[in-house]
Design a protein around this ligand. Structure first.
Ligand code: PLP
Length: 395
């Protein structure tokens, strides 16, 4: 077992007995998600990879590997983690790879996707001289935006650096680019979307790149498919997959991140104090939006909280805030049926994704423990962070 995994001697605790703050990974819910994804694989023959960016809790990689085909990485470190902890298909994409990174990637990856023709040409020799066969892909940009108001999450926005436009590819082909060693195309343009957005995107992919798809082995449709969300239209996703598979004779890959661990985690926290200002009652928690759930401030969004309502909906309304000195480190306003007291515990939901991978020790905040909860709701702590974890990233 990895040196980074530590099992607390007091395993078998319930979630409300864990020391807080603590992330809790819900293995029952994770398995439910994996079964849904595996069903898509079974029915369509598509291969589904875990995109590690949102969720890199490698303790669960053996479980995830039982249901999915492997992993995809945003660069060398994620690729290494997948190689060490899952050891199945290992794909990697990065806007630009360094030469020394490529030396290592050709040893541990089987699929490498380039963001530009110049990156492909820079690294082509290393891939051809590698000990094993590596399947090379290019990330294409279908220039088809399917989301509004979220430009930071839209790789198709004008001026985007992500993916090769048809215009850029044609220019390279005119200048003598040989595509014969390119086995796949990759696009990633969706974010928390349903399969209607995929359908729209595929029409753009076919219109712009259809003529080149016939010569390829695989097509990777990226992530952003919210497949495990209750109202997601899986049937339409499967139609999309089978259409591309059959028409162009392609192996189809999907690489969801969020969908793998959607709603599969909690952040358990304790109320440390209650203060009042201008009639607003403010809870000071032993957690922090800025440090432990940064997407709450970056996205921004209001995380679901167990047994709570919108402000004013239930009898007692509070502002939930953090134990840092950042004035804006506020999670949101919530209401409760009961009066909240110092020492009470609260539980934020959907905290598996973009939490552990994005947290930080700003303000010297301690990092939450990481625990797993099994299908009987029994918890064990698998990682505890200390002062050293704060100090060792500084100098
Ligand atoms: C972020 C990302 C994913 C996963 O996206 P989700 O929204 O987590 O499903 C997949 N592929 C690439 C290239 C990404 O950048």
């Amino acid at each position: 077992m990895s040196q980074y995994i530590w099992i607390s001697p007091e395993a078998g605790m319930k979630i409300n007995e864990l020391r807080t703050p603590c992330y809790v990974i819900d293995e029952g819910k994770l398995t439910e998600n994996l079964l849904i994804l595996n069903g898509v694989m079974q029915r369509t023959g598509a291969r589904i990879l875990l995109a590690q960016k949102a969720f890199s809790a490698f303790y669960e990689y053996p479980l995830i590997g039982r249901y999915l085909s492997g992993t995809t990485a945003s660069g060398l470190f994620e690729a290494r983690l997948a190689h060490e902890e899952m050891g199945k298909e290992n794909h990697v994409f990065c806007p630009a790879f360094l030469p020394q990174e490529m030396d290592e990637l050709v040893e541990i990856c089987d699929h490498i996707v380039f963001n530009s023709v110049s990156q492909y040409l820079l690294h082509r020799d290393k891939i051809e001289k590698a000990d094993k066969k590596i399947s090379v892909g290019l990330r294409i940009n279908p220039e088809c935006s399917t989301q509004e108001g979220h430009e930071i999450y839209d790789p198709c926005a004008p001026g985007s650096r992500l993916g090769i436009t048809r215009e850029a590819l044609d220019k390279a082909i005119k200048n003598g680019l040989d595509l014969s060693r390119i086995e796949g195309f990759h696009f990633h343009t969706l974010c928390e979307q349903d399969s209607d957005a995929l359908e729209t995107t595929l029409a753009a992919v076919e219109e712009k790149f259809g003529d080149l798809l016939y010569g390829l082995k695989w097509l990777n449709m990226g992530g952003g498919h919210h497949i495990t969300r209750a109202d997601y239209d899986i049937e339409r996703l499967e139609k999309c997959i089978m259409h591309m598979r059959d028409k162009y004779d392609l192996e189809i890959y999907l690489e969801p991140g969020e969908a793998v661990a959607l709603d599969a985690g909690y952040l358990e926290t304790t109320v440390l104090d209650i203060v009042e200002n201008n009639g607003i009652k403010i809870l000071i928690l032993d957690t922090s939006a800025a440090c432990h759930m940064p997407d709450v401030l970056e996205m921004p969004y209001r995380p679901p909280l167990m047994d709570s309502g919108e402000p004013g909906e239930k009898k007692y309304t509070y502002r939930l805030s953090s134990c840092t000195c950042l004035a804006g480190d506020v999670i949101g306003d919530y209401s409760f049926d009961r009066e909240i007291k110092t020492g009470d515990r609260l539980c934020f939901c959907d905290m598996a994704i973009y939490s552990m991978v994005k947290n930080n020790t700003f303000n010297g905040m301690p990092l939450p423990d990481i625990a797993v909860m099994d299908e009987n709701n029994d918890c064990k702590v698998i990682r505890r962070f200390e002062y050293e974890d704060f100090k060792c990233r500084l100098s």
